[in-house]
Design a protein around this ligand. Structure first.
Ligand code: NOJ
Length: 545
């Protein structure tokens, strides 16, 4: 099938969308409901494309929208080649893709290769029939001779990683919920079925995939017991050394095969969720430019609001990503508390979120925005009787990720313009914070995002310049992005006091401050930054130190 493709390409614009552009993550349940059932859907997303086009993003990543019993809200897939009726149909998907492509916006799907739903026909067949060719697509094992579980692995979502299945007469492995049986990537049949899934969507015209928990794709072939970290006995998942269930070296051969499938198509890409915080591990997933196109750098999702720490993490990843690769930067996601809340300070209102926006959109690497961050959406407290995330039960109510998944706040009305029905999670206060109001206010965070995106798109230094950290006083993270045609200097004052800096001189020819109405300094040898504020200044390539 000849699917929809965008009109522009690197050969016509000189700009490669996933390297030079910006990706926006949508959690489909929470973006826009068009049916009135209180749950977002694909047609809703299509109707909101105006917002994304106006903002100036290059691509959207849709968290899973495939058929699913929703035990883990779509990360338990029961059919990889269809759309859950809750979100619409394949026709709705095609319409969304065509409309997005018409506006030059790409779409990434969220591919979940490590586990299916226990309702997936593959699992249903495998559990019933020992002789089925699907049996080894999963990990069915007997108890150890002493009757104990097949090994000591634990589920990331709590409890043992093994579930007894009466029908199968064996245990099966699940790294997450028991409703999410792990898939065996050492089985050639499974690999070829999964490559078929990728081709199904690539043929339809999708631009690439965010890949779920890629660092757990392959396990030790013998599923060996994990060593217990001395002194951490009884500490659950964190008490084990994950040497056989995560980052197994064999994952790289699988990734190279996967990359070959992606590269059969033009300008498609993968970004992998390597959920580790050590960039020394993350960097390996780029291979020699023949594995993932991007591997998420999660270091900042957990970093405090601290100039030195954030500067160190950015510099470290930048230095580690191989020359054939390209970094990325992410502050928030559907799995973590929103950064505007993490960074909140009673004195600063949105100032710290503004500073974070500048960091995200000026550092070297592809920025990933999480829906709602452009208006500074905060964590929304969820009453216990409205909790949805299974982690609230399998781990602890505090582990629930619902607070960062609440509906997008579009308009200052009840329901937030998100839905005519009862939203599946409580709405934040859209009368105090919403897209419509911020669109009217040039001093808003939303406009700062738009202005930064516009500046970035027009600036070769910000899009593709090299990165060099600049010396700066305590509390300030400053860096340079250098391109043969242009230099960008960025200074971010994370501190609680104003500061004056010398950024090497030169007169800016363009740029922005996070403080609405503030002027760019005439000379970069003396730059004043108020507390929790930042500046990006563009100069000719040769100016400055
Ligand atoms: C990572 C996803 O981001 C998360 O939301 C999900 O719960 C787990 N993978 C399990 O699929």
């Amino acid at each position: 099938m000849a699917g929809s493709r965008p009109k522009d390409s690197e050969s016509t614009t000189g700009r490669l969308w996933w390297r030079d552009g910006v990706v926006y993550q949508i959690y489909p349940r929470s973006f826009q409901d068009s049916s009135g059932d209180g749950i977002g859907d694909l047609e809703g997303i299509r109707r909101r494309l105006d917002h994304l086009e106006w903002l100036g993003v290059d691509a959207i990543w849709l968290s899973p929208c495939f058929p699913s019993p929703m035990a883990d809200f779509g990360y338990d897939v029961s059919d990889y080649c269809d759309i859950d009726p809750m979100f619409g149909s394949l026709d709705d998907f095609d319409r969304l893709l065509a409309d997005a492509h018409g506006r030059g916006i790409r779409i990434l799907l969220d591919w979940v290769p490590c586990h299916t739903s226990d309702q997936h026909p593959w699992f249903q067949e495998a559990r019933k029939d020992k002789e089925s060719d699907k049996r080894d697509w999963f990990f069915f094992r007997d108890a150890k001779p002493d009757g104990s579980l097949p090994n000591n692995w634990l589920s990331i979502f709590g409890g043992p990683a093994w579930e007894w299945d009466e029908e199968a007469g064996q245990y099966y492995l699940h790294s997450f919920l028991k409703e999410q049986p792990d898939l065996n990537w050492r089985s050639p049949g499974l690999v070829s079925a999964m490559h078929g899934v990728l081709r199904f969507w690539l043929d339809r015209g999708v631009d690439g995939f965010r890949i779920d928990v890629i660092h757990r794709l392959l396990k030790h072939p013998e599923l060996r017991d994990l060593p217990v970290i001395p002194g951490r006995e009884g500490h659950g998942y964190g008490g084990l050394e994950h040497v056989h269930d995560e980052n197994h070296p064999d994952v790289h051969a699988s990734l190279r095969d996967l990359r070959k499938v992606i590269d059969e198509y033009d300008e498609r890409m993968t970004v992998g969720e390597v959920y580790v915080t050590d960039p020394n591990i993350t960097k390996d997933y780029y291979g020699k430019g023949d594995e993932l196109n991007l591997a998420f750098n999660f270091a900042l999702v957990h970093a405090p609001f601290d100039a030195a720490r954030i500067g160190d993490e950015i510099a470290r990843f930048d230095a580690l990503v191989p020359a054939e690769g390209w970094p990325d930067i992410v502050l928030s996601s559907h799995d973590a508390p929103r950064h505007a809340s993490r960074f909140d300070h009673p004195r600063f209102g949105d100032d710290r979120a503004r500073l974070a926006a500048m960091l995200l959109l000026t550092a070297r690497g592809t920025p990933f925005l999480y829906y709602g961050e452009e208006i500074g959406m905060r964590q929304i407290p969820i009453p216990e009787d409205r909790l949805q995330d299974p982690l609230a039960w399998t781990l602890h109510p505090n582990a629930s990720r619902d607070g960062s998944r609440t509906p997008m706040q579009w308009e200052p009305v009840a329901g937030g313009g998100f839905s005519e029905g009862d939203p599946w999670l409580p709405m934040g206060d859209s009368e105090r914070r919403c897209v419509a109001d911020q669109r009217e206010d040039p001093a808003s965070l939303l406009w700062l995002y738009k202005n930064l995106l516009t500046l970035r798109r027009a600036s070769p230094a910000l899009m593709s310049g090299s990165f060099r950290r600049l010396e700066a006083p305590e509390g300030v993270f400053a860096f340079e992005r250098l391109h043969p045609e242009q230099r960008a200097v960025v200074a971010l004052n994370f501190g609680e006091d104003p500061i004056t800096l010398d950024l090497g001189g030169g007169a800016p020819i363009g740029g922005l401050t996070t403080t609405y109405g503030a002027f760019l300094p005439p000379d970069l040898s003396s730059v004043e930054l108020t507390e929790a504020s930042g500046l990006v200044a563009l100069t000719g390539a040769s100016s400055g130190a």
